[in-house]
Design a protein around this ligand. Structure first.
Ligand code: ZN
Length: 277
């Protein structure tokens, strides 16, 4: 079994917001074209920490990155290292943190915002820094631009693993709060862009997963153990079978799920069973 596989990470989008605001994803679920489960994030529910959990299949206390201020290269077997060992390819459109974690060096925007190098740890990437982000300027790329970049990489390079990571809901959630109209609206904007993107990827033969790193509470915060921070939605477009719809999934299962779809050996450190098979 070997499927090209895409993972879309919706930064800071909690379960309730996803299922109430993502009309496209929910329409696919309702029509039986996508499976959907609730997924519980590990803690602390912090972005960088969760990126590493999503890609290593390890809880934060096991992988050791426990803060956004602990930015550095991943020290554990992860999706990208497993793909490289198996001779498989990857492409990323996402926050610059992903370059520092898995790209082989600290992020330098003048050298790394675009990468097309077959010898690089991630051969094809488009990163954004969000430098200057604050209440006056979200510094977040437009959703459709991110989707278009990822689709261009898919068309040109047909990577075995395609990662698309969007930060804008997290940014707007921090600014206005997770119960605000601005946050809900931004999640709908992301969903709208996905409605024009995911069908192209499915047409190209990809399995597509949509996940979140963590949610957002009404204060505009995350990091702790509240349901609004930990509960996220996990969607799957593909033919494989998964657990019953009411099953609450473990975020550590994402990495072995991705690798098993691509047909790559799962590192022994990833102990969760794949979600679909
Ligand atoms: Zn955040």
């Amino acid at each position: 079994m070997s499927r090209k596989t895409a993972l879309i990470i919706l930064d800071g989008v909690g379960y309730e917001t996803a299922v109430t605001q993502c009309g496209y994803l929910q329409a696919c679920h309702e029509a039986g074209r996508a499976k959907r489960w609730k997924m519980r994030s590990c803690i602390p529910t912090i972005s960088l920490v969760m990126y590493e959990t999503i890609h290593t299949g390890l809880a934060p206390v096991e992988h050791g990155i426990l803060s956004n201020n602990a930015l550095g290269p991943s020290q554990k077997p992860n999706i990208f290292s497993a793909l490289r060992s198996a001779g498989k390819s990857a492409a990323v459109v996402g926050h610059a943190y992903f370059h520092t974690l898995y790209g082989g060096s600290a992020f330098d925007p003048f050298r790394h915002c675009e990468i097309d190098d077959p010898e690089a740890p991630i051969a094809h990437a488009r990163y954004y820094s969000m430098e200057g982000y604050g209440k006056r300027n979200a510094c977040a790329p437009a959703e459709i631009d991110l989707c278009a970049q990822a689709t261009m990489l898919l068309r040109k390079h047909n990577p075995d693993y395609l990662l698309l990571h969007t930060s804008s809901a997290d940014t707007i959630g921090h600014t206005f709060g997770g119960a605000s109209p601005e946050y809900r609206r931004q999640v709908a904007v992301i969903d709208d862009a996905l409605s024009r993107t995911v069908p192209q990827w499915l047409e190209a033969g990809y399995d597509v997963f949509v996940a979140a790193d963590h949610g957002m509470n009404p204060d505009g915060a995350h990091g702790g153990d509240e349901p609004s921070m930990r509960d996220t939605a996990f969607y799957y477009f593909g033919e494989a079978e998964g657990p019953a719809a009411e099953t609450v999934l473990d975020q550590r299962a994402i990495a072995p799920t991705i690798l098993s779809r691509i047909g790559v050996d799962i590192p022994g450190s990833m102990t969760q069973l794949p979600i679909v098979s």
